[in-house]
Structure formats: C-alpha cells, structure tokens
Design a protein around this ligand. Structure first.
Ligand code: BGP
Length: 473
C-alpha cells in the first residue's frame, strides 16, 4: 500500500522554456545558444527546432486549465533568460517578464504551486559570444543579476526555486561530448566552465537566503546512480570512480562547498583541475541549497575500461532500439548494458529500484530533503482516430517509480514532491517531437506544421487518480 506520502506532497509535472514555449522571437526575446545550435546541420534529430515548440507561450492558459482539471498540485517550468534580458544583461525586457508574471498568476489562481527553474540551458547567445558563457567568471555576476530580478518579481508568489537544471548534463554535453552547445570537446575547459557554474549557483542561492526569500531553493541534479557490472573488484572500483566523478563531484560541491577528495586528486594528477581563487571556497560554502532536486531516468552499470578502451559512444537519438553505443572514460570506467532491466526505444534503462537507491544515497550523504524534479518515460505514442492515446507503458513506468518513492520514504528519506517529465508533449532536445513524455499529447512533429491540438492520454486520467488518492492508486 502506498500510504507514506505526506498530506502536502507536491504531485507535479515539469517542462522547460525552450522545449514548450515557441515564440522564439516575440516580445523582445533575444537569441539563445539553443536557438542557434538546432540550426547546425546534423546536431539534432532532423534539425528540429523549438521555434514554435508546442506554443505554450500563447496557449499557457489552455495548458493550465488542463492541469487544474487534472488536480495537479505543482508545475515546474523554466524562465528563458533571453526573455528577461535579451542580451543576457543590461535592461530588463518588461514584456518578456510579463509572460512569466501572467503564467505564475494563472497557476496560483488555479491552485497550482509554481516551481520555477531559473536556468534550463538556454543561455543568451550574446554572453556566449562576448565572453564564452560559462567559461568566464563574468557569468557569475550576470547570472546573479538575472536571478535577482526573478526573486524581486516573484517574492511571496513562488516558493520553490530550482537554480540550475542538470549542471552535470549541460556541462558534460557542452564541453566533453560536444552534443550540446557550445559543442566543445575539451576536458580542461569543461572543468573550468563547471567551476564557474558552481560559483554562479552558490552565488544565487546565497542571495536567495540573504534576501530571506520565503520558500526553498536547490539545484536539479541528473542523478543516475552507478552500479557495478558484477563483483569483479575492478568493476566495483570502476563503479566507485563513476559515482565519485559523475555524482559526488557535483552534489558534494552543492552541499559542502568542496570537491570530493578522490575526484579532486584525479583532476590534479591529470592536469584538469580548474583555476580557482582563494575566495571561491567561501562562496561555495555560503550557497548551500535547501533541498536536492533530483532528475531521475536511469542507472549506470559500470565496468573497468582499459586505457585503450571506449570513450565517447553514440547516443540513440533516433528511437531505433539498440543503436546506442558503449561510452566511458578510458582507464577508468565504461557503461555496460544492465542485463536485468528493460530498455525503451531510445535505449534508456527502466529501473525504478534505482530511484530508491539514488534517493537513499542522497538523503544519507547530504541529510537534506529531496524534490524529484523530473522522472518519466519518453516513448512513441499513437493518437487513435477517436482522439485517445493508450499509454499504459507510461502508466506502468510512473506507477513503479511512485512505488519506489514510497519505499524510499519508509527508508527514511524526506521527499517534498514528485514532478513527472513532462506535462504536455514537448521538444526533446536532440530527439525531435516523436519522443513523447507528456500526460497531454500535442499534435506536433519535426515539420512544425502540427495543429498543436491537445489530447488527454490515458496517463492523464490515471495521474488524476493518483493525486486524488495521494498516491494510493
Ligand atoms: C533531462 C532534461 C529535460 C528533458 C529530459 C528528457 O535531461 O532536463 O529537459 O529533456 O532530460 O531527455 P530527452 O529529451 O533527451 O529524452
């Protein structure tokens, strides 16, 4: 029985500006690095853009009405920095800000708790061009000023704030794999950019606390707990290394203001350590989050990777099952298929127990509450001619993960809420519109000529019952 959920549990769902809004040049919005990136041939699935996306910018009232009818308790969305400051800094663009004021007001009127993500990857292009974005310390000041405008605007209205979404993903994809902007492949630069992101994150959280903002703030971390492929001690060590370099490396800094010992030694020994200033530690330590946001999709099963072993594998961005390739860090670890779990058509492993494990690790290591800021299943959906979508696979997925959260609570973890990814269908960064996550189907595809009509999937009604019964369904 699923009776562990507290009465005020936030049953939510999530999105991000670039993936839903569209209106990419309206009301004074500036250009982001993603607006540019999707136009480079071969970078994303059929070069699908978010120019129109699912037109949430114009249809937010319709979308919120669906949320209200469903009984949704919380909606996580992100603000596009380029709507507030078209060039990333300077003068506030009031009409861009107004969109979010209206959105938040509409949510509040509908009894839905807004969960505001300050940064979900759409960096202003102007900052990338002027000083290399995250590669410069200047970003700390500009990001803090941007956040300050949001704090002033939404004080007392927004009580849950996410500072950075998946720093580990945007940094590693942007500077190591080269699959996100700025599409660099350079480890040294990656760790430097990452260090600035840490400082910017801490600076914003520190400001939030100095302003005594009512509410809570934390980063959303993409946590894929690492397993060992088997009990060969070399593989166990590989999994430990992966946990250190892929997880503790970020979360330790958020909470303790210090890089974990083993990871830092590795960076030093390999000439990869970022340049730091003496005052950095103090800033990092003064930006401790109130909760850990956890985005969970899958676990990583790790084995030893020889020096001449695999490095950057291929991601499956086409939805053809079995087309992804092993990847890893030569000399340390590589990711293997877990023979005990099922996979989606995009080769993402389905592992609800991994969610429980991850939550326990976070709660035990950091002693802080968790907000699940993303979890969901990206799959093909079929719209029948009756306008229905029978996504029982999504219901199964979500049900199992909710069960895992229920178990984690009985293990002692404090959980503030659960935001599924995603509310409506939306643009999947590298995978176009065919990889669908929503409760609400949107008629849109890579031609960008869809009717944009919304249809409720079976999972929409199922989650309605979950919310109504506080998780018991
Ligand atoms: C997370 C991002 C989301 C979302 C999700 C699904 O990493 O924070 O923005 O896109 O993953 O990923 P994908 O769209 O690649 O399937």
């Amino acid at each position: 029985q699923l009776d562990n959920f507290p009465k005020d549990f936030l049953w939510g769902s999530a999105s991000a500006a670039y993936q839903v809004e569209g209106a990419w040049q309206e009301d004074g919005k500036g250009v982001s690095v993603w607006d540019d990136f999707v136009r480079i041939p071969g970078k994303t699935f059929k070069e699908t853009t978010g120019d129109v996306a699912v037109d949430h910018y114009h249809r937010y009232k319709e979308d919120i009405a669906l949320m209200k009818e469903q009984g949704l308790k919380a909606y996580r969305f992100s603000v596009a920095w380029t709507r507030i400051f078209s060039e990333g800094k300077g003068k506030v663009n009031q009409s861009g800000l107004q969109f979010y004021i209206d959105l938040v007001d509409e949510l509040i009127r509908s009894g839905i708790e807004p969960v505001l993500t300050i940064y979900h990857w759409d960096l202003p292009k102007a900052l990338q061009e002027e000083y290399g974005g995250w590669e410069s310390r200047k970003i700390i000041e500009d990001f803090t000023r941007y956040a300050e405008v949001l704090f002033e605007t939404f004080r007392g209205k927004v009580h849950y704030w996410v500072s950075l979404n998946e720093q580990n993903i945007f940094i590693q994809h942007g500077y190591l794999l080269g699959t996100h902007p700025p599409a660099v492949q350079d480890m040294k630069r990656m760790y430097q950019a990452n260090h600035h992101a840490n400082l910017a994150n801490a600076s914003v959280i520190k400001l939030f606390h100095e302003l005594q903002m009512p509410g809570k703030i934390g980063p959303s971390f993409a946590y894929g707990p690492n397993y060992s492929f088997n009990c060969d001690p070399n593989n166990v060590l590989a999994a430990e290394d992966a946990e250190e370099l892929e997880a503790n490396f970020w979360m330790d800094v958020y909470v303790n203001g210090e890089y974990p010992l083993v990871a830092w030694k590795y960076l030093k020994d390999n000439g990869l350590a970022p340049e730091t200033l003496p005052e950095d530690t103090q800033l990092l330590k003064s930006g401790k989050p109130d909760f850990m946001g956890m985005n969970y999709y899958q676990t990583n099963t790790m084995a030893f990777n020889p020096l001449d072993g695999v490095s950057l594998g291929k991601q499956n961005t086409t939805g053809e099952k079995g087309t992804s390739e092993e990847s890893g860090r030569p000399g340390i670890y590589k990711r293997k298929e877990n023979p005990f779990v099922e996979r989606t058509n995009w080769d993402w492993e389905i592992d609800p127990t991994g969610l429980r494990i991850g939550m326990r690790r976070i709660a035990s290591r950091y002693r802080m509450p968790i907000l699940i800021t993303e979890n969901g299943l990206g799959e093909y959906d079929t719209l029948t001619d009756k306008g229905t979508i029978h996504d029982d696979y999504r219901i199964d997925y979500l049900r199992q993960h909710i069960q895992a959260i229920n178990e984690a609570i009985s293990d002692g973890v404090t959980v503030l809420g659960y935001c599924t990814w995603s509310y409506t269908d939306l643009l999947s960064w590298l995978n176009g519109y065919q990889k669908r996550y929503g409760f609400v189907y949107v008629d849109q595809d890579e031609t960008q000529n869809g009717t944009l009509k919304r249809y409720k999937k079976d999972s929409y009604y199922w989650y309605q019952d979950v919310i109504k019964s506080n998780g018991e369904k």
